[in-house]
Design a protein around this ligand. Sequence first.
Ligand code: IMP
Ligand code: MG
Length: 176
Amino acid sequence: MSPEEPALLITEEAIRRRVAEMARTISSDYADVDDLLLVGILRGCFIFLADLSRQLAIPRSIDFMAVSSYGRSTTSTGAVRLIMDLRTEIAGKHVLIVDDIVDTGYTLQYLMEALKPRMPASLKTCVFLRKRENFRMDWEIDYVGFDIPDLWVVGYGLDYADRHRTLPYIGAVKAG
Ligand code: IMP
Ligand code: MG
């Protein structure tokens, strides 16, 4: 294995199975909702959101936001900046924020604070991966694919300095 190649953490097959399970849970939880708005957080969410949204058995719409926090470093500064806002009005709508990974939780906390004042009917969070031991918030993520250790992970939409996003599996890289 080249030193550049990420070490396998979650296989394609395990990802496929877990995303299908998450889609079933979310479809059942929102069974009575006419239109669930999935808000993907660019860029990391794009593959997870594509897979998850196509397996939902309920009416749904999709919009995106983009934020920036880490720059090229792998340590959270806690400073989140909004790069792109929603195009959709969310007052009275059921909103589910979908992100690739939650680490400290600062990014999702920022997004929740940005969206709550717009008066959605409900506002929940869904992430594919969670670094449980790093999470610093006093609230819980509503839907989590996998809990992982404190490693820098790539693939399935996640990058390290913009590399490895399209790897089909989740791998860990050495990062500083
Ligand atoms: P938080 O604000 O500390 O929760 O960080 C969340 C954001 O940091 C995610 O949306 C990712 O963009 C990025 N991030 C955190 N850990 C990783 C990782 O291991 N790989 C790739 N991106 C990560
Ligand atoms: Mg992200």
